[in-house]
Design a protein around this ligand. Structure first.
Ligand code: SF4
Ligand code: SF4
Length: 481
């Protein structure tokens, strides 16, 4: 096998039908024969990725996943498809292919959006392959995942974003500039062009910042008879950029008869570090959350019916705590915590939502956040809640399941692909003629807002729970007033 990446289609060439490898037949080697008997890669880290080789073999090369893969849809290159990436990983594990820059580039370009898992009829657990494989790449070349970030981006990503208070302090000047109009002025006069490109990009990603709700009480009493006792997970970046959504979530839960506990000591879910293959700090955050939510104490934890999150990325990470903390002293607590995590839409539908009463007259559409749709299989519930709102007309969004390009820090590490996918998403939103677009993840909200603005589309981008709270409270957001 040549030690270069197999390119079954060229990125720049018009897309041609894929040469489909026969199902249930091993991928060919250079000699045309079957691949050598698989070495067992399970539980060791220094000689190969710490993954279960059987999971690689689940892929039967049918190619049914390729059309749902955003990077393949954009480049048309088989090596940028799920099937191609699984093939590359397998070849590297088998020692038939060198883990060179070309291979790494195709694996780095993956958004880890998991659309391939939804599409795959063979149940391939792609996330269980790419995540340990990326950890392996990081082990081979420590810090490589973050090398594409500059010092300021690294500092913000790992030292500021995971901490709610640091975010609020860091965002204070931006908030002030937005409120005083200075932001607009520097934009118009071209002064922002003096900022380094990376900072300019990050500034462009900022939404219109709303006032923070301040400090919600640690416990909010239910409205009416108590139907459940839930703990609210606030997140880190989301709480600073979209404070109104955490406020709306707490109020909507309260309106649905929930006692809402907001543990003070909670922190970042660990996703920002985990997806950059910085596993140890990520586990530190997870351990702290197990303690903050009381999962360390099985008896005390029985009082909590569910842990609610409104951010798809955090939700997925919290639901993966057992796997993430496997083999650590917090493994049991992590499994207990994970079992109670629910996205707010998932929980409300399970509980039986109280119908909202006030009209929110708007033509709207819904974009599926990958970590909600593909990683958690939550897609009916947000739509169901939106459809309950009087006056709201929900229009299907073309390609709603295709990643918008946000994908955690992807925007910073792979800006070109992120921009292509953002533009594509916004073109699809434009085609619906909607005045509002809802999505259940902070990264998607930022990405969609930024690209809507760049395209000059006056569309309100918000979380479904924002619309729900508007309908419960009767307070229309300024964007719809
Ligand atoms: S990942 Fe699934 S859908 Fe894609 S080629 Fe493999 S078996 Fe087929
Ligand atoms: S996770 Fe997303 S980007 Fe990566 S291979 Fe699967 S569909 Fe493609």
């Amino acid at each position: 096998m040549p030690a270069t990446t197999p390119k079954l289609a060229d990125a720049d060439a018009p897309r041609t039908p894929l040469p489909v490898l026969p199902a249930n037949v091993d991928a060919p080697t250079a000699t045309g024969g079957p691949l050598p008997a698989p070495p067992h890669h399970h539980g060791h880290g220094s000689h190969g990725p710490n993954l279960d080789y059987e999971l690689v073999l689940d892929c039967v090369h049918c190619g049914l996943c390729t059309a749902s893969c955003p990077t393949y849809v954009e480049t048309g290159n088989e090596a940028d498809s799920p099937r191609g990436r699984i093939y590359l990983m397998r070849q590297v594990i088998d020692g038939a292919l060198k883990l060179d820059d070309d291979v790494k580039q195709h694996l780095d370009l993956c958004l880890n959006c998991r659309a391939c898992e939804t599409a795959c009829p063979s149940g391939v657990q792609y996330g269980r392959l790419i995540e340990p494989f990326r950890a392996f790449m990081a082990e081979q070349e420590p810090g490589r995942q973050v090398q594409s970030l500059n010092a300021v981006q690294r500092f913000l990503l790992f030292k500021v974003f995971p901490y709610r208070w640091r975010n609020r302090v860091a965002l204070a000047p931006a908030r002030l500039m937005q409120w005083t109009g200075l932001d607009w002025l520097t934009e118009k006069t071209g002064l922002t062009r003096l900022l380094p490109r990376s900072l300019r990009n990050m500034k462009n990603m900022l939404p219109a910042l709303k006032p923070h709700y301040g400090h919600l009480p640690e416990v909010l009493e239910p409205e009416g008879p108590r139907r459940a006792r839930v703990a609210l997970f606030l997140g880190c970046v989301a709480d600073s950029l979209y404070p109104e959504t955490n406020y709306a979530t707490a109020k909507v839960l309260q309106a649905n008869g929930c006692e809402v506990w907001i543990p003070r000591a909670q922190g970042c879910c660990g996703a920002l570090h985990y997806h950059a293959a910085e596993e140890e700090p990520a586990r530190g955050f997870a351990a702290a959350n197990c303690q903050a939510f009381g999962a360390d104490d099985a008896d005390r934890f029985k009082d909590v019916d569910a842990i609610i999150t409104n951010a798809a990325g955090c939700g997925y990470q919290l639901k993966d705590y057992a796997h993430m903390m496997h083999g650590t002293p917090h493994a049991e607590a992590a499994a207990r915590l994970q079992a109670k995590v629910r996205d707010v839409s998932e929980f409300l539908v399970e509980l039986g939502p109280v119908p909202p009463r006030h009209e929110v007259k708007v033509r709207a559409t819904y974009h599926d956040a990958c970590h909600l749709r593909h990683a958690q299989q939550v897609y009916r519930q947000p739509r169901q809640l939106l459809e309950m709102i009087p006056g709201l007309e929900l229009i299907p969004l073309p390609e709603s399941e295709l990643c918008c390009g946000a994908a955690g820090s992807y925007n910073l590490t792979q800006p070109e692909m992120a921009a292509k996918l953002g533009d594509r998403k916004v073109a699809n939103i434009g085609a619906t003629a909607a005045r509002a677009v809802f999505t259940g993840n902070v990264g998607c909200l930022m990405q969609v807002t930024r690209h809507l603005k760049a395209a000059g589309q006056n569309v309100w981008a918000a979380h479904p729970v924002d619309a729900l709270w508007a309908s419960y409270s009767g307070d229309l957001p300024p964007e719809l007033a």
